[in-house]
Structures are given as structure tokens and as C-alpha cells.
Ligand binder design. Structure first.
Ligand code: AMP
Ligand code: MG
Length: 484
């Protein structure tokens, strides 16, 4: 028997984070958004959760997506956390523009915390307005789903509502709210906040273990087990980022998820031309969060987390756990590279093959996504994407030789490579086109088309062939910064 799909007017939220003691958060109502309209509804995710399609939802769906209306059982809160921003302890932060409206237990047993991003000020907004602008909401909505399609752990986006309400950034823009979901939005920064308050620290750690890492509860020290698990998940997530050329842009410890989810999409970017030192965030002057820095920064943030957890474990255990990071990262990254190259077994000598390739690509700014996707075709015209064509020819000959050392059917290899080298990623210029259409003519079709395409990034999708095109020349002018 199929269960009837529920509308927002029918669902019941049951708080879980909101059952922690009151000092973990502040109860706060979303600020009404004037005359909201529906911009996007994630039909696939809704269906998976047992929620009705947009057409079966009440006419007030946009009001639910921005917090003008709340589902039954909602007890909205903003949580307090701290964090290190650009390497500096920033002290207390918190959900400055995200409001957790409650938790939904879907028919399939999955728990989802529901957060409205951009729903108005909270006690943690400092002097900011609690809103998110249209462009940044579109980018978060699309990238969450693109990352999920790529098989990378991430927060999700269920829908988005816009409004003509003005929001000041460098100039006047308009507001949009994303309803985003995650099993939990707890960040490293939540633990940092309680590093001198052992009771709260333990309460929070116990809560995270109980709901999200139940297997850790039976370990000899559950908190060490928790740290080890977070280290492994973070290493895997960052190895996956590196493999698809994703740069997060603001890897502050308050943007690091305790579940190893890609979290807080701001000035992120998928690399077009490969540049090992690529900085996607124009506000990141020193390149702290450049592409090749990400693995190291992941470890740096884990050190911050481990330090916060020290009251619950001895230093030697924490250090031992941290030492595992490099091993996890390297083994996962090597495994991803092995698959990207279409190899069955990784040999240490394959690092040479990779380093040579990366150097060639870096020098030529070869398009990351295009190169990997087309490598599976064994297409010799790939040489045209390199300045030093004979150097590429030499690499390609070595690569062919390496492939011939493994007995693998060529068609099977191509299919396997196509399953790991995406054809479609959310290039900045694709997001930019969707943003301009939304801004200039309230046309949200591009957002929805991109979302449909990006959720299946490995498939050939003839209707979306244009989304696989190399960036146009104007793409080089797109700048993304912390302003959002
Ligand atoms: P971010 O760099 O976006 O991760 O934000 C860092 C901190 O600033 C977090 O505590 C955010 O909640 C807060 N914040 C960012 N933008 C706003 C805004 N427009 N209104 C209120 N708080 C904000
Ligand atoms: Mg943040």
C-alpha cells in the first residue's frame, strides 16, 4: 500500500535538538517575508520524504518555505556556537540567519532537521539583517543538490521562496529563503562553544552520539570514538571535494559539520581550468582556503574540534585520532583517482602518473571536469587542451601502457569511468545564468532545469547537453565573495 503524500499543512514536526537544555539555543520566530512566491521545489527529495508535489501542496507553500507559516509541532530556535574564522578565534557566533523550525521523521525512517536560511534576525545576527539574497540562495539550493548528485555528503535543499523585499549588500538586492535539511546542523563550532563548560560539552557530545553516532556509545571512550568517526568522515568528504574540483571557500570551523556534510554554501566554486592554488572566494586574500589547501585545513579544523573535546579525553588519544586523518584522506583520494583513471588496482607508482598529469593540467589550466569526462573516450584530441602537446602525448602513452597492464574490457572501463567523472557540475557560469534570469525576469525555470540535470551528473542527458559546455569567456569575470 502506498502512503498518501503529506502537505506542509499536514506534517508534524518533533524537536530533537530543541530538547537539549535551553542555553543551547534561543527560541525565535521567523520574521515574516512580504508577499513570498515559490521559486523552487525539490520534487525528488519531497517524494523521497513522503511529501506532496508542489501542485498538491496548499497555495501557501511559499509561506511555509520562508517561515510565514510553520508546520504543526514547530518550535523554532536559533542555536549558539563559536568558531575560528580564517584561522582566528572569532568567539561566539551562532545561527545568525538560520532558524531551525523542528525535525521531521519521514516515512522511510530518515530524520531531517528543517532549517530556514535567511528567515530574519536572531540574537546571533550581530549587526546583520538575518536575510540571504536571491543569488546566494539560488547558489545554495543548486549546489546542495549538485553535491548530493555527485554522491558527496551534504545538507539538502527542499525548496526556496523569494520576495521583492529589498536587502542591502554592496547594492540593493532582494531576499530569498532556502528551506534546507540535514540529519543535524551541529558544527565543530558548537563544541568549541562549550570547551570550558564540561557539563554542556558532555551533554552535546552525548546527544550527537545518541542520535547520529550510536555505534560510538559502546566504545571504551565514546568521545574518542566520536572524534575518530568525525575525522574519517571529514577526510572522505574533502577527498571527494578534491576529486570533483570543488572549493568550499570558507572552511571556518563554524562551517564544518559534525556529520561530515558539506555545509554553508557561500563563495564556493567548482574549478573550471585546473589551478592547484585556485581561490574561489574573493574575500580570501591570503588563499587560506585555496583548492590545494583544503585537505590541510580540514585537519586544522579537526585539531580545533579535538582541542574542544579534550575535557572528555586524554591528549594522547586525541592526538592518535588526529594522526589517522592523513591516512584516511590519502587512501580515499588515491582510490578516487584510481577510479577516475579507470584502473582496477592502485600502485604506488601511479602517484607519478597523477603528479605529472596535475602539473601539465595546472600549467595549461586544463578544464578539470571536461578533461576527466573525456579521458574515458581515450580521445587523443584532449592534447589540444594542453600547451605542451608533446608532453601530454608522452603522458598519454604512459597512461595507455599502464591501462594495458590490467586486463579490463574497454567498454566496461569507460562505463566505470563515466560513473565517477561527472559530465555536469555547477559551474559558476551556469549558476550565474540562472541567477540573472531570476533577477531580471522572475524566470525560475533555469533553476529547476539545472537542478534536474545536476542531480544525475554522471548520466548522458541529451536535453541538457548545453550544461556540459566549457565556460564562455565572460565566466572569468564572475566574482564570488563572502557577501551573501
Ligand atoms: P558565514 O560566513 O556565512 O558562515 O557566516 C558567519 C556568521 O555570520 C554566522 O554566525 C552567520 O549566521 C552570520 N551571518 C552571516 N550573514 C548574516 C546575515 N545576513 N544576517 C545575520 N547573520 C549573518
Ligand atoms: Mg556559516
Amino acid at each position: 500500500m502506498t502512503m498518501p503524500k503529506l502537505t506542509f499543512a499536514q506534517i508534524l514536526l518533533t524537536p530533537r535538538f530543541g530538547r537539549l537544555p535551553g542555553h543551547f539555543y534561543t527560541r525565535i520566530q521567523p520574521t515574516p517575508l512580504p508577499s513570498p512566491y515559490l521559486m523552487a521545489w525539490n520534487a525528488d527529495l519531497a517524494n523521497e520524504m513522503g511529501l506532496a508535489s508542489a501542485s498538491d501542496q496548499p497555495a501557501s507553500l511559499a509561506d511555509y518555505l520562508c517561515g510565514n507559516l510553520l508546520p504543526q509541532g514547530s518550535e523554532p530556535i536559533a542555536s549558539v556556537y563559536s568558531g575560528h574564522q580564517f584561522g582566528v578565534n572569532a568567539g561566539q557566533l551562532g545561527d545568525g540567519r538560520a532558524i531551525l523550525i523542528g525535525e521531521y521523521l519521514a516515512n522511510n525512517g530518515q530524520h531531517w532537521e528543517m532549517q530556514l536560511k535567511g528567515a530574519g534576525p536572531t540574537p546571533y545576527s550581530r549587526r546583520a539583517d538575518g536575510r540571504a539574497v536571491l543569488r546566494s540562495s539560488i547558489r545554495e539550493y543548486l549546489c546542495s543538490e549538485a553535491m548530493h548528485g555527485l554522491g558527496i555528503a551534504t545538507t539538502r535543499a527542499l525548496g526556496m521562496a523569494g520576495s521583492k523585499q529589498g536587502v542591502w549588500r554592496e547594492s540593493l538586492e532582494t531576499a530569498a529563503v532556502v528551506l534546507r535539511l540535514a540529519p543535524s546542523f551541529v558544527r565543530f563550532g558548537h563544541f568549541e562553544h562549550y570547551r570550558h563548560d564540561i557539563d554542556s560539552l558532555q551533554t552535546l557530545a552525548d546527544w550527537v552520539i545518541q542520535h547520529h553516532y550510536p555505534a560510538c556509545a559502546t566504545a571504551s571512550n565514546p568521545y574518542v570514538a566520536l572524534l575518530e568517526n568525525v575525522i574519517e568522515r571529514t577526510a572522505i568528504m574533502i577527498a571527494q571535494w578534491q576529486a570533483v574540483g570543488f572549493c568550499h571557500g570558507v572552511m571556518n570551523s563554524d562551517n564544518m559539520s559534525i556529520l561530515g556534510l558539506t555545509l554553508d554554501y557561500g563563495p564556493f566554486g567548482f574549478m573550471d581550468g585546473f589551478d592547484a592554488g585556485h581561490i574561489c572566494n574573493h574575500s580570501d586574500d591570503s588563499g587560506r582556503y585555496a583548492y590545494q589547501q583544503q585537505p590541510e585545513i580540514g585537519l586544522w579544523n579537526l585539531h580545533v574540534l579535538a582541542e574542544a573535546l579534550l575535557p572528555l579525553m586524554d591528549k594522547a588519544s586525541a592526538l592518535h585520532a588526529l594522526q589517522q586523518y592523513q591516512t584516511h584522506f590519502e587512501s580515499h583520494f588515491a582510490d578516487l583517482l584510481r577510479q577516475k583513471l579507470g584502473l582496477l588496482h592502485w600502485q604506488d607508482s601511479d602517484w607519478t602518473l597523477i603528479t605529472t598529469l596535475f602539473e601539465l593540467m595546472h600549467r595549461s589550466r586544463t578544464d578539470w571536469t571536461y578533461f576527466w569526462r573525456n579521458l574515458a573516450k581515450m580521445d587523443e584530441t584532449l592534447r589540444n587542451h594542453f600547451q605542451d602537446r608533446s608532453a601530454f602525448d608522452a603522458w598519454f602513452a604512459d597512461y595507455q601502457l599502464r591501462l594495458s597492464s590490467e586486463a579490463r574490457d574497454a567498454n566496461e572501463r569507460k562505463a566505470a569511468m563515466d560513473g565517477v567523472n561527472p559530465k555536469y557540475v555547477l559551474r559558476n557560469y551556469l549558476a550565474e545564468i540562472a541567477i540573472r534570469k531570476a533577477q531580471e525576469s522572475d524566470d525560475f525555470n533555469e533553476i529547476n532545469a539545472l537542478q534536474q540535470c545536476l542531480i544525475r551528473p554522471f548520466d548522458e542527458q541529451p536535453a541538457f547537453e548545453h550544461y556540459a559546455a566549457l565556460p564562455p569567456t565572460w565566466a572569468a569575470q564572475i566574482g564570488v565573495s563572502c557577501s551573501s
